[in-house]
Write a protein that binds this ligand. Structure first.
Ligand SMILES: [Zn+2]
Length: 451
């Protein structure tokens, strides 16, 4: 499983309207239009511009004016990091600006526009990668997820809980499910995975106690429901209908069963906001409201730690929620998110300011380089080369990749560090001790924002 792995999402009801011309002929244009209006009202969507024909289908331009989690209209539009580009979590660039909104009441983050069918196709085209760039790191992450999930369950349910039947929605390679099957002593385990290629791969990975089904959670029908544990890791933030997803989780467990959901922690402001295919950014408050809508109760939640910092784990069970409907005051989170995204829009100018026309390289060929490529493409285009510890690729974005050792044998040249903020101080000290001028793009852009 990849850190940012998610599953392609099933169709939203609104896509009835976006269906191809052939389907409209079959079902009747006006009936579709009436269906759309009903659904639009149900989804509290204000239709700002009428639909227009495009590429044989219809592109909708709707604006979501209220928070999908709590219904509040007190929401803040976040700045747009690039006017015409956004990044999908596998690094691919799509030609749409990232328009996100943050609810001041519950802290829920969401796209201000519903995705059209074309946009969804653009994201989840055949080359949508689950990011298996590094199989070794992937295996280590699965083991760590397994360890932290088991510790969380033991802490809240004790050692005697029954996990004889477990199911994972969006099981990817099946590695995590394999770990948990062994650690929790499950007799029957089921993995559900929408990608046929990945499901086939999972079948060859897992042992005899585990069966892999191809499909979406929402469409999965257990021949005999009654799982003790339903798990999903980094899936719900990709779904366009989190309520429908949670209802699917509820359907497969028995009345005393448990649902474990892991997703990025929306209260930690960071690069998660920049992933176009993260349709929702959940706070525990916003997820609790959607959970209540599915007739479930949030029993416990806690942040993951160590290498899984930035993610949160939730335990859900059958039951009525005890929600207070008081305003929760998440305006501070909206403000922090706005500042973060705004900083990304300033990286190009900040980089030009500190480099003053000098030639430079970029340290790192991971997710942060992808983010720079998407939101500050000139920073990548103008670089001479990439530097990393043990190059596995000869070139990256059309530039040569050199080892740190080779780089240090060149005459000194500045570097832009394309690394996560939490790794920055280590990298800065390491190159600083070699007299290499090194800058972190976000740090210099933040300084510009303050100036
Ligand atoms: Zn809200």
């Amino acid at each position: 499983m990849n850190l940012w792995r998610g599953s392609p999402v099933p169709h939203h009801p609104l896509e009835h309207w976006c269906a191809c011309a052939e389907r409209r002929k079959r079902t009747g244009y006006w009936r579709q239009f009436a269906t759309f209006l009903r659904l639009a009202r149900g989804n509290k969507i204000a239709l700002l511009r009428s639909a227009s024909k495009q590429c044989g289908g219809l592109r909708l331009t709707e604006h979501i004016s209220t928070c999908p989690a709590c219904g509040s209209a007190d929401c803040r539009n976040l700045p747009i990091p690039h006017a015409a580009r956004s990044m999908v979590s596998d690094g691919k660039v799509v030609s749409n600006p990232l328009k996100r909104c943050s609810c001041n009441n519950c802290g829920h983050g969401f796209h201000t526009q519903n995705f059209s069918e074309e946009q969804i196709k653009e994201i989840y085209s055949a080359d949508y990668s689950i990011g298996l760039r590094d199989a070794v790191a992937e295996a280590a992450r699965s083991a760590e997820y397994s360890r932290q999930i088991e510790a969380f369950l033991t802490h809240h349910l004790g050692n005697e809980a029954n996990f004889s039947k477990i199911i994972e929605f969006g099981c990817g390679s099946g590695t995590l499910l394999g770990h948990l099957t062994n650690r929790l002593g499950a007799q029957i385990s089921t993995g559900v995975e929408p990608s046929s290629r990945i499901a086939a791969n999972a079948r060859s990975n897992v042992g005899g106690r585990i069966s892999i089904h191809e499909g979406f959670a929402e469409q999965f029908e257990a021949s005999r429901p009654g799982y003790n544990l339903c798990l999903s890791v980094n899936v719900i933030e990709h779904t366009r209908n989190p309520l429908g997803f949670l209802q699917a989780c509820r359907r497969v467990i028995d009345k005393t069963g448990n649902i474990v959901v892991i997703c990025p922690d929306g209260e930690i402001v960071g690069s998660e906001l920049l992933f176009y295919d993260h349709i929702s950014n959940f706070t525990s408050a916003s997820l609790a409201m959607i959970v209540a809508g599915a007739n479930l109760r949030m029993v416990a939640n806690s942040p993951l730690t160590g290498s899984l910092q930035g993610f949160r784990i939730y335990l859900l069970q059958f039951g009525d929620a005890d929600l207070d409907n008081q305003t929760r005051g998440f305006a501070f989170l909206s403000q922090e998110r706005a500042e973060y995204v705004n900083t990304w829009s300033k990286i190009r100018d900040a980089t030009n300011r500190v480099l003053k026309g000098r030639k430079y390289g970029i340290f790192g060929t991971g997710e942060y380089s992808d983010l720079l490529h998407a939101y500050s493409p000139s920073v990548i285009e103008n670089a001479e080369f990439f530097v990393r510890d043990q190059p596995v690729e000869a070139d990256f974005y059309g530039k040569p990749v050199v080892s740190v050792k080779d780089f240090l044998s060149f005459p000194r040249m500045p570097l832009i560090a394309a690394v996560h903020e939490r790794s920055w101080s280590l990298i800065r000290d390491r190159f600083g001790s070699e007299d290499v001028p090194i800058f972190h793009s976000l740090e210099i852009a933040r300084q510009d924002a303050i100036l």
